[in-house]
Write a protein that binds this ligand. Structure first.
Ligand code: CA
Length: 423
């Protein structure tokens, strides 16, 4: 049992009933406020907690680690500390903000230095992402896409049930929630009888995903076995893998996605630790064919996280277009990491591994407009009477997620991104 996960703990910081950030969460992110430049923080309720200020005041003296990691503009150095230190720091925070603990609670002067209202700070990229891998691990999504683009009779390619399929994505264009993105331009071939054309993407889409962020892996050449995978996974974020379907369709054979994906991916700013998600782990779905031993084992567990996608047209209310769940993944995060490293590929602190679009079995649980509108053949109705086959300029896409059990809600906040017109 991880002590900080005890559902009975209450904080002396006020937490609203449906808050994503009770004291059992303690996620990690990077904030700035006025003269405070980017540095690490956590959040309880609506109160952002400056970890450098806490360290400077000696509140981490009981935990053995280099306090300079809290003076960094990203969490990469913190992530290099490894699982046992991440856990000890989270336990210390749980203890310090426990109602029963008076150390900081009664020190108004120190509280002034440490605590900030969430609406008075800015959240920044939590890590400098050096490498980004995008998996394709929802069977429903892979089946839907295979049905639409290839052959309904053979929707899944022969390798899909044996390999956690993935490709190397673009790290430089991963942005934090709230960053708007211009509609990409590129080469498409709308008429297969005609030569390709150039212009703004017409089939702009979101992909509902979650991403996990790693600690420092093993040296090049060594692999991370399945049963050790959780030791190298720090936590998860919401991940919108924006996609230009028309660019993607024309370019993706034979080597896979390229410019149809690399113009942007958006993440939620708070990394929710794998430790905090421990109570929500589940057995994997049944394997449909035997898998190779390096991918098989008890270490494989899914995570039960409720997910929601909203589209907010310009000057209008947000409208929910999909509800899904991270548990619909066929391949687990442990399988993804074990597979990623089995050839000796090394991973670094701050690498990002995204799940792939998370689609459920029902049409209202699909994780992309491509599937929700079934390639544009079934437009969605919006509350203002307009229709959506794909995204329009001015639309803001909002992904939300939370896990809930025993009266504890561990939330991810949200990731938002607005579509601006093509430049
Ligand atoms: Ca994707």
């Amino acid at each position: 049992m991880i002590k900080a996960n005890d559902p009975n703990i209450r904080s002396w910081i006020k937490v609203a009933k449906n808050s994503d950030f009770p004291i059992q969460n303690i996620p990690f992110g990077i904030f700035s406020k006025g003269r405070i430049k980017a540095r690490p923080a956590t959040i309880i309720g609506d109160t952002v907690i400056d970890l450098k200020a806490l360290a400077d005041l000696g509140f981490f003296d009981s935990v053995d680690f280099n306090k300079k990691v809290f003076n960094e503009p990203t969490l990469n150095e913190f992530l290099k500390l490894g699982k046992s230190t991440w856990r000890a720091i989270r336990e210390r925070l749980s203890d310090l903000f426990n109602k029963k603990n008076k150390e900081l609670q009664d020190d108004e002067n120190a509280k002034d230095k440490v605590l900030h209202a969430a609406d008075e700070i800015e959240m920044l990229m939590p890590v400098r992402v050096r490498d980004y891998t995008d998996f394709y691990s929802s069977k429903e999504h892979a089946t839907n896409v295979g049905t639409m683009f290839r052959d309904p009779e053979n929707a899944l390619l022969p390798n899909w049930l044996h390999i956690p399929i993935g490709y190397h994505g673009r790290a430089s264009s991963i942005v934090v929630s709230g960053t708007p993105l211009h509609r990409p331009k590129g080469q498409t071939r709308p008429n297969p009888e005609e030569p390709p054309v150039f212009g703004p993407c017409r089939l702009l889409d979101f992909e509902l995903e979650m991403g996990f962020i790693t600690g420092q892996g093993k040296p090049l050449g060594e692999n991370i076995p399945l049963e050790e995978a959780d030791d190298y996974i720090f936590g998860l974020v919401l991940f919108n893998d924006w996609s230009a379907r028309d660019i993607q369709k024309w370019e993706y054979v034979p080597l896979g996605p390229f410019l149809g994906k690399s113009f942007g991916s958006s993440i939620s700013p708070w990394i929710v630790t794998l430790d905090a998600l421990e109570p929500f782990r589940m057995r994997p779905t049944k394997r449909e064919v035997p898998i190779l031993p390096y991918l098989d084992g008890k270490a494989n567990r899914r995570i039960n996280v409720n997910l929601e996608v909203q589209i907010q047209p310009e000057d209008q209310e947000a409208h929910t277009v999909s509800r899904s769940n991270l548990k619909y993944m066929y391949w687990t995060i442990e399988q993804q990491l074990a597979h990623h490293t089995i050839n000796g590929c090394n991973i670094n602190a701050g690498d990002m591994m995204a799940s792939g679009t998370i689609s459920g079995t029902k049409p209202d649980s699909y994780g992309s407009m491509l599937e929700l509108s079934w390639k544009g053949t079934k437009p969605l109705s919006m509350p203002d009477g307009s229709e959506r086959k794909f995204l329009k300029d001015g639309d803001t896409v909002i992904l939300k997620g939370y896990a809930e059990k025993d009266g504890v809600r561990i939330g991810f906040g949200e990731v938002t991104g607005k579509v601006l017109p093509a430049l």
